[in-house]
Design a protein around this ligand. Structure first.
Ligand code: ATP
Ligand code: MG
Length: 395
């Protein structure tokens, strides 16, 4: 078992000693078997949440209503969830009731896909009642049980299916694929924030182009915010090397730019994105049509955002990413100044030299000076700048 599971083994050991069952489940087992980097670690147990809390010194009752307690061990969080079965889904988001059970197999049967329904005990033995290992081998995403029924219970699973397809580079098993489009309409009942989380993860994956094609060519496009308006420009999305991008801001910027979205704020608001993300994406999009970032562009963007911008520019043009980024960084670092406060003169100096009343002209003049310094027209020294201002006014 991997080192990453060390803390988990301690937790499982304690649960077992207290007479409970305990298994690693979900994404960590799947990713371990696939030899992929492991994200968060989930443990399923027959212990009730209160019993879990009483056994460990550091716990956080994050989702106690769903039976989940976080146990902290050596600065790592482990999600410990009591075996449960889910009641009827009244609001299509959360089961209306959670019923705790003692059976691992029953707990595994409520899970979304067979590859996510494998459990591993503390000795590394696997419990795989739905053929998850076989599907990992076949690189198939298949629901546990009948796909239509499982997607009706919780339509978010449709987006999760696409996300795993894209991220793992798997394909959808035929019945699961059919149900994704047949029940696309049901997604409208799901909170956009939750859909967006899966959608952005999908854009990080190796199969993002195929997934996007699947969405745009099926009913799914009508169940996701805004996308259907851009059906005509969707073709250009399929050639983008999505894995070359590093931040979600870059992914949204590439998506919106390639689709030709005019009102990016409205688009991203419909996707319930934060104002900070919207501002950042809008800034990036503003430069994406250019062939190259000018010195003033680098200055206005700042180093990190300039690198992001160059990355998106390259990715959407199908150019390699690495070299250009080093060049952008080098060009940014060589700029004479990186912030207005580094100018050798300030607003007061400008007012004194011009003998004029304060007003918006000061900002305009500072901007011109800043531009001249950044572009190397004048050196960043007080007397040189004053001289430059005077000669410029005479023109
Ligand atoms: P990752 O953490 O890499 O995103 P994951 O498979 O661990 O992937 P989580 O969202 O962390 O995904 O969920 C943990 C496990 O809980 C899943 O593997 C699955 O067994 C179960 N699960 C999560 N969401 C659902 C759902 N909507 N319906 C059924 N089971 C689910
Ligand atoms: Mg997980």
């Amino acid at each position: 078992m991997s080192d990453l599971f060390r803390g988990a083994r301690v937790i499982m050991g304690k649960l077992l000693q207290a007479g409970h069952q305990a298994y690693l489940v979900g994404g960590c087992v799947r990713d371990y078997l696939l030899n992929r980097e492991i994200g968060d670690i989930d443990i399923a147990t027959s212990a009730r949440p209160e019993e879990v809390r009483s056994l460990f010194s550091k716990t956080i009752p994050v989702g106690i209503e769903h039976g989940t307690v976080i146990v902290r061990m050596e600065h790592v969080s482990y999600e410990v969830t009591t075996f449960r079965k889910e009641g009827t889904y009244t609001d299509r988001r959360h089961p209306s009731s959670v019923e705790y059970i003692d059976s691992l197999v029953e707990d595994l049967s409520r899970r979304d896909f067979t590859i996510n329904a494998i459990a591993m005990d503390e000795d590394g033995n696997l419990h795989d009642p739905f053929g998850g290992r076989q599907h990992l081998k076949e690189k198939k995403i298949k629901t546990v049980g009948a796909a239509e029924k499982r997607f009706m219970e919780d339509p978010l699973r449709i987006m999760r299916a696409l996300r795993f397809w894209s991220v793992l580079g798997f394909t959808l098993e035929a019945e699961t694929e059919k149900a994704c489009t047949a029940l696309a309409d049901q997604l409208k009942a799901i909170a956009v924030e939750r859909i967006a989380m899966e959608f952005i993860k999908l854009l990080r994956g190796v199969e993002a182009p195929s997934c996007l094609k699947f969405i745009f060519k099926s009913e799914l496009v009508f169940s996701l915010p805004e996308l259907h308006r851009y059906k005509n420009s969707a073709n250009s999305l399929y050639g983008v090397q999505w894995t070359g991008l590093e931040h979600d801001e870059e992914r949204w910027a590439a998506l919106l730019f390639v689709l030709g979205v005019e009102d990016s704020a409205a688009f991203l608001k419909a996707w319930k994105q934060s104002n900070a993300l919207i501002r950042s994406v809008q800034q990036l999009i503003g430069y994406l049509g250019k062939d190259e970032l000018a010195r003033m562009d680098l200055y206005d963007l700042g180093e990190e955002q300039a690198v992001s911008c160059q990355r998106v520019m390259n990715v959407i043009k199908g150019k390699p990413v690495g070299e250009m980024l080093t060049l952008v960084q080098k060009r940014f670092r060589e700029l004479p100044i990186h912030q207005r406060k580094q100018l050798a003169i300030n607003g007061k100096d400008v007012v004194k030299d011009n003998e004029r009343m304060k007003g918006p002209w000061i900002q305009e003049m500072l901007r011109k000076i800043e531009q001249a310094v950044v572009e190397g027209e004048v050196i960043n020294e007080k007397s040189a700048i004053m001289e430059w201002v005077r000669s410029w006014k005479e023109k």
